[in-house]
Design a protein around this ligand. Structure first.
Ligand SMILES: O=P(O)(O)OC[C@H]1O[C@H](O[C@H]2O[C@H](CO)[C@@H](O)[C@H](O)[C@H]2O)[C@H](O)[C@@H](O)[C@@H]1O
Ligand SMILES: O=c1ccn([C@@H]2O[C@H](COP(=O)(O)OP(=O)(O)O)[C@@H](O)[C@H]2O)c(=O)[nH]1
Length: 474
């Protein structure tokens, strides 16, 4: 088996294993790589003030070798905080109003991609397969090809690919589209993302579509397919079953004192729809006063990308909003919203998901949303909770049995909260069984194996059916 090289901006450092991770990409890749082994190159998370940046830090943990590079202040400002998180992130999440495009940041983005290529080049061996992740590193393959790399290179986009009218509002759209044609396999979370990408290529007259998944451009062919990312389902379900007796969970149960728990878990990000969710929860309590003092919303929201102005502003907005609702509706012995502004370990989250009657997963746009899948995996099959899920999350393309909502419709979401809390056990079980079957089938290992099978160019032997993801379309 050839060696796998994974490249991503975010790498969870081995020292932090078991601790809360920085988001879905790190969580999923950690699971996938631990099972297969390989080399993982990415940003160390450290910023160095002197140039040139020092040598790579290398570490080994189990069968994963890590190669980590520092970045300079300017790199982080222009590439990560600038172009990646103030241009690509808002545009791919349909927030053209928040996109702050500047040539300086765009130049920094391409420069840091060249820098990643220079760090990776000396490590590449002839038969390695290279798997590059996410919007930070779109031009990396093109840069490697320019330096003569002939290896198979794949790319997976963890966030949505927007409709052409939105994507093409970005000044450097053609450069990015053309650079993607340097890959052999391009993976998206959903069919809709792939179709949006294909529509951008067609609109810009870049290459040719040869089939549903096959494309050609600049003398090369590549495939573009949906590969919905998953979780370590059975492992997560086990974590949740075992969590019941920990001190944290006992204390939590005690403090609920018989009240129903509603849970929300999201990085503090405008794409996650947290303010609309709190509005919906307030509307629900106002319209259904019988539920006042009988439910509690636990909103766990670790800070994220705090140096980016839109994220910094959100910290204040959400804290004020939760405080206002608690002030308006709370009583001396009941707080409607418990707002936790830090990261929890996965085992702690697993037990809390299992304790909850309802999960509110209501992003305005999300590539996938692993929290939705973790919530499903964590449930007690005899008495499962209800997943209330935004139709704009990638996960909604698979979890059809969830209570699907439009997060922009605050009153509609409030009504669905009430329906979910009152749902009879039989309906909860029927919905959960359907979702759990999907989360089991499309788990993180299926995601990884299917992508890497395509990247290796595997053909199923005659008479043997190739393991395929459960087809998802909408
Ligand atoms: O690395 P950060 O800037 O701290 O952000 C955390 C990650 O956020 C995004 O996660 C996405 O990937 C998940 C797994 O595929 C998916 O479920 C979710 O919908 C996405 O938002 C981002 O794409 C990652 O690169 C970040 O590491
Ligand atoms: O306090 C927290 C909050 C979140 N997470 C994890 O962070 C990931 C979030 O991934 P998701 O795909 O939902 O969204 P992203 O943050 O990647 O956009 C999930 O695995 C969560 O379990 C965590 O470990 N601790």
């Amino acid at each position: 088996m050839s060696r796998l090289i994974v490249v991503s901006n975010r790498v969870p450092l081995p020292a932090k294993n078991g601790a809360a991770s920085a988001g879905g990409l790190a969580v999923a890749l950690q699971s996938a790589l631990a099972a297969r082994g390989g080399l993982w190159l990415g940003w160390s998370g450290k910023i160095c003030s002197d140039e040139p940046v020092g040598p790579l830090t290398t570490l080994k943990d189990g069968n994963i070798e890590y190669a980590l590079t520092d970045l300079t202040d300017l790199d982080v400002e222009e590439y990560y905080q600038g172009f990646a998180n103030r241009v690509l992130w808002p545009i791919c999440h349909y927030r053209l109003d928040l996109a702050e495009y500047g040539r300086r940041e765009m130049t920094g983005y391409f420069r840091v991609n060249q820098f990643f290529a220079s760090r990776l080049l000396p490590l590449i061996q002839k038969d390695d397969v290279i798997w590059i992740h996410d919007y930070h590193l779109i031009p990396l393959a093109e840069e490697l090809r320019r330096q003569g790399v002939k290896n198979r290179i794949g790319f997976f986009l963890h966030i949505p690919w927007p409709a052409p009218d939105v994507f093409l509002a970005m000044p450097v759209h053609d450069e990015l589209l053309k650079s993607l044609t340097a890959y052999d396999v391009i993976g998206f979370q959903t069919r809709q993302d792939r179709e949006n990408f294909a529509a951008c290529l067609a609109r810009q007259n870049i290459g040719e579509r040869l089939g549903e998944e096959e494309f050609s451009a600049a003398g090369r062919t590549f495939i573009a397919r949906p590969y919905p990312i998953g979780i370590e389902t059975d492992e997560f379900a086990k974590l949740a079953r075992q969590a019941g007796n920990t001190t944290l969970h006992k204390r939590m149960r005690q403090s609920l004192d018989g009240k129903d728990l509603i849970i929300g878990v999201d990085r503090l990000d405008y794409s996650k729809g947290i303010t609309q969710r709190i509005d919906a929860f307030e509307t629900f309590l106002t319209r259904h006063p019988d539920y006042q003092r009988k439910v509690t919303l636990l909103q766990i929201t670790p800070k994220s990308r705090s140096e980016v102005p839109e994220y910094e502003a959100m910290q204040k907005t959400v804290a004020e909003q939760a405080g206002r609702v608690n002030g308006a509706l709370g009583t001396v012995d009941w707080v409607p919203i418990r707002y936790v502004n830090r990261s929890l370990r996965r085992a702690a989250l697993a037990g809390l998901y299992r304790m909850a009657k309802v999960a509110l997963v209501t992003p305005l746009r999300d590539g996938m949303n692993l929290v939705a899948k973790e919530f499903v995996a964590a449930q007690d099959e005899d008495d499962p909770g209800v997943l209330l899920l935004s139709r704009f999350a990638g996960a909604a393309h698979e979890l059809k049995e969830a209570m699907l909502v439009n997060p922009y419709d605050v009153e509609g979401t409030a009504d669905v909260i009430a329906r979910s809390l009152a749902m009879p056990r039989e309906e909860r079980q029927a919905r959960w069984e359907g979702m759990m079957a999907t989360v089991r089938e499309n788990n993180v290992f299926t995601w990884c194996d299917t992508f890497l099978g395509d990247l290796a160019g595997n053909e199923a032997p005659e008479g043997v059916e190739q393991p395929r993801l459960k087809r998802v379309s909408r």
